[in-house]
Every structure is written in structure tokens, then in C-alpha cells.
Write a protein that binds this ligand. Sequence first.
Ligand SMILES: NC(=O)C1=CN([C@@H]2O[C@H](COP(=O)(O)OP(=O)(O)OC[C@H]3O[C@@H](n4cnc5c(N)ncnc54)[C@H](O)[C@@H]3O)[C@@H](O)[C@H]2O)[C@@H](O)CC1
Ligand SMILES: Nc1ncnc2c1ncn2[C@@H]1O[C@H](COP(=O)(O)OP(=O)(O)O)[C@@H](O)[C@H]1O
Ligand SMILES: [K+]
Length: 510
Amino acid sequence: MKNNKIFKTSDLQKLDKYTIENEPVTSLDLMERAATVFTEKLLIFFPNSHIFNILAGSGNNGGDGYVVARLLHQKGLNVKAFGLHENDCLSPDCAVNRKRFIDMGGCYIEVKNPDNLQPDENSVLVDAIFGAGLNRPVTGFLGDIIHRINCLSHPVVAIDMPSGLMGEDNGENNGAIIKADYTFTFQFPKLAFMFPENVVYVGHWEVLDIRLHPIILREYPAAYYYLTEEVVASRLLIPGKFSHKGTLGNTLLIVGSYSMMGAAMLAAKGAIRSGTGLLSVHVPRKLKEMIHLSVPEALVEVDRNEFCFSGVDNLSRIQAVGIGSGIGTSPVTAEGIRQLLSVWRGKIVLDADALNLLAADSGLLELLPKGAVLTPHPKEFERLAGKSVNDFDRLNKLSTFASLHQVYVVLKGAHTIIATPEGECYFNMTGNPGMAKGGAGDVLTGIIAALLASGHSSLDAAIIGVYAHGWAGDLVAEEQGMRGTRAGDIADKLGWVWKKMETYNMAKQR
Ligand SMILES: NC(=O)C1=CN([C@@H]2O[C@H](COP(=O)(O)OP(=O)(O)OC[C@H]3O[C@@H](n4cnc5c(N)ncnc54)[C@H](O)[C@@H]3O)[C@@H](O)[C@H]2O)[C@@H](O)CC1
Ligand SMILES: Nc1ncnc2c1ncn2[C@@H]1O[C@H](COP(=O)(O)OP(=O)(O)O)[C@@H](O)[C@H]1O
Ligand SMILES: [K+]
């Protein structure tokens, strides 16, 4: 299985060293390899640009920069390398590559004063000042340089990382940070790229495979992962030839209230498109007809209360429960949830108002079955776990919450995070801002509930559900654009996503 770990940047040197010793490859050749894939990507993104200015620091990131300069120069492009060295203490590989660039006649300008940094008009700037070796905020001369670059209107492409950004925690980083338009990063995305507050520095990012040694990538521990089709599809259970509706699970959705009927419909649509053998939708009496009409495949179970959820009687044939979308937070509903959680020890996904009720009464939290899946958006998570000072702090809170309560928490956002009780976090890579619409989360609840009912573990249901939901959103956006995307469209596209995953999975098994 393809490696999908997000290592710490401080671990990079060990991965690097193992590769150098065991491939084996010299550090210079590894640098050459990294810079070559970077240059290829750069030219794909800027096929019509002829002028490149490289901003090179003194470490190996700067070394990469000098190799990129040489490779572009060899292609006959107009290249200038600005040496941004506070002193002449360069890393050995950086020094070698600076010399190679100069020896081949490359244009090299040493900058000793920030005002002397005058990039060429219409040039693309390549940021090679700092990479993964940054160990403190950037201030002083290089800080001034970075501020100056950030004031220019040239496109900026960062090698590995935008200079000045720490790989993980930037909570105390008050130094200067490059605002890159693109970051092409080596081997794995850095944790900091996952946080909304860093998008202004990282821009659009892509991972470049520089073939670090597969053994070290497989064996070196990491607590963070990112989701790829390969990893997700391999977790999807494929129904066997003799499967029937009794073996594919009975999902119970407890959703909707008189003032939020749509949520019930959307969750039901998500579930019915996600492989559950049977779907029961438990709604207040007022919603009965609507569910019958909008999701005719579902069985409708009517609550004693006309307007909101108040309790459920019979759970004997249910494999998984999904609860919360649009149910409201009335005391009657709180009591209904208490009653449910007192008897239900099976698989469950809780969303929206179910989470708001848990946040309001920690006694309910204690009743959660082990392995429950919670799907808060950031505001709901804040109600559950308190305010966070920044995105990294929120990630730590998420992990702590998941292990403290022994639940899986799906924190929804551009890179939705799935935190496990064991302290691992999975970052999703699908989805787009077109999904930032009311109701999109309800569809996800239905999907996860159906996956739970059809035999997937809590972790697999969360991972597969989140990835598939985002992928369906991407397909909708591809066809009709992000602006016009409706939550219901996401549910309608799920069939295609499952088909692709199943095809992928079966091809692998052959
Ligand atoms: N294994 C990999 O992934 C590879 C990494 N390579 C490159 O190597 C880079 C890492 O190289 P380095 O470890 O040399 O790190 P950098 O090039 O980021 O530079 C770090 C140097 O700057 C100093 N420094 C750190 N923070 C500073 C600050 N705020 N102000 C002033 N000086 C500061 C450090 O003491 C160190 O000497 C990667 O980002 C990547 O570009 C590639 O060359 C090849 C393979
Ligand atoms: N910028 C974005 N990029 C990718 N996905 C997004 C983005 N914004 C929101 N989403 C996704 O859309 C969904 C919104 O869910 P949620 O906030 O619960 O909405 P609602 O409660 O109205 O249904 C989540 O799955 C979230 O991950
Ligand atoms: K950089």
C-alpha cells in the first residue's frame, strides 16, 4: 500500500540519512533528484515563463535552489540566482551547487542589503531560502528580505516549504514567512499545510515523490496520515454475490424536526446511496409524508412527538444509528438521546444537534458507546472541547478528546480530520469550497451511518465516508461549478464514487 504518512519535519533528516546509506545514493544526487522533480513541476505550472529568479539560502533548501537554477539555465531560460547568505557558512551540498551554477556561467548576485534585491520584471520567483530545517522564527536580514518579497506582485513558488513556516506548530512563530502562490513539497505534505490559517503562506501545494527509501517510509512511525484513493478504496467492503438486504445492514437515522425537515431528507439520501440493505428513518409525525415522498426506499418510523425527536422504542434489528441532523435541542429531545444512549451500545454516528446536546450536558458524553463517531464542524467542536488558540492547538485538543472519550472525531473542514482514540489523525484531501453549504454535513452523517451498518468499523466508515463525500462534491463541482453545488447534488453523485472505488478495489485484487 502506498505510504501516506505525514512525518514531522524534524524526522526528515533521519529519512534522508537512511535513504543515503541504504539505497545507496549520495546526498548530492538526492538533492539533484529532488530539484529535478521540482523543476519539472515548475515548468508544468509555468510553461510560458522565460525568466526565473532563484532566492537561495545557505542550507540544503538553498542547495536545491542552485540546482533548479542550473537546470533551468541548461534549458536556455533566463535565470538569476540571488545568494541570500548572512555569512559564507553554506551547507556542503549548497556550496557545491552554488559553485556548479556559477562555473557554468550562471548569473549569480550576492545580496547583502535587502534593498538590493531587485527581481527581474515578469520573473517567477523560486523561494529556496529555508525549508524543513527551519528551527526558529526568521528575523533580521532574512526577515527583511521575506517582507520585501511579500510586497512584490511576482508569482512565488516555494521549494519544499514557504520559507519561515514551521512544519508543525506556528503558534509562537512571530517571524517573517513567505507568502507563496505554490509550494511543491518533497515526499509528504507537511502538517502545517493542513491548517486553514497557513493557506496564505502555502498557496496551492503538491507533493513530489523524491523516492526516499520505501522501508524507512513504511517503518518510521508517524501519528498523522493523509487519505489517498488507494488507502481508502482498499478499506471498502464489496458485497458478495449472495449478499441480501438482511446482510448489508439496517441503518436507523434519527433526524429532522418540524423546523428542519430538509436535514432529515439529506441524511436519508446520503444513506440510501451508500450501500445499506435497509434504511429506517425515525422522524416526528409531521415529517412522515415528506420522507416517504423524497426517499421512497426508506422505511419511516414515526416518533410519539409530532414536532421533534423524543425517544425510540425498538432497536432490535438495527446495525447502526445515525442521529442529530436537524433534530433541534429541546429538552424533550435531550431526554430522547439520554434514553437512546442508555440502551444502545452498538455503532453510532452523532452529528449537529446531538453534539450540541452532548456539549450542554457532560453526563450524556459519559454514555457514549466506545467507538462512537462524532462529526462536529469547528464551532460544534468548540462547544464540546472549548476554544482553541490556533489550528495546531485545535488538532491537539481533537486528539485528546478522542482518546479521553474513546471515540472517533471527524472534525469537518477543508481538510477534514479523523482523530482516533489511539491518537492518530487522518487528513482528508477531497472536497472543495462548493461544499460549504447548509446540508452538506447531513449527507455525510447518512453516508457514515450506512457504512457502519454495512459492516465497516468506525474508523473505516469515517475514513471512507469523508473521502467519498468530498470526492462526490468534487465531481459535482467539475460538472456544474462550485457556486451552484447543492448538498443534495453531493448525495446524487455518490453512486459514481462507489463505482470508482469498487472498480479500483477489484482491479487490485486481481
Ligand atoms: N530528505 C529530503 O526530503 C531532502 C531534502 N532536501 C532539502 O533540504 C531541505 C532541508 O535542508 P536543511 O536541513 O539544510 O535546512 P534549511 O535549508 O531549511 O536550512 C536550515 C539552516 O538554516 C539555519 N536556520 C534555521 N532557522 C533559521 C533562522 N530562523 N534564521 C537563520 N538561520 C536559520 C539552520 O541552523 C540550518 O543551518 C529541505 O527542505 C529540502 O529542500 C533536498 O535537498 C534533498 C532531499
Ligand atoms: N472549503 C471546503 N473544502 C472542502 N470541504 C468543505 C469546505 N467547506 C466545507 N466543506 C465540507 O462540507 C461539509 C459541511 O458540513 P457542515 O458544516 O456540518 O454543514 P451542515 O451542518 O450545514 O450540513 C463538511 O463535510 C465539510 O468538510
Ligand atoms: K523554501
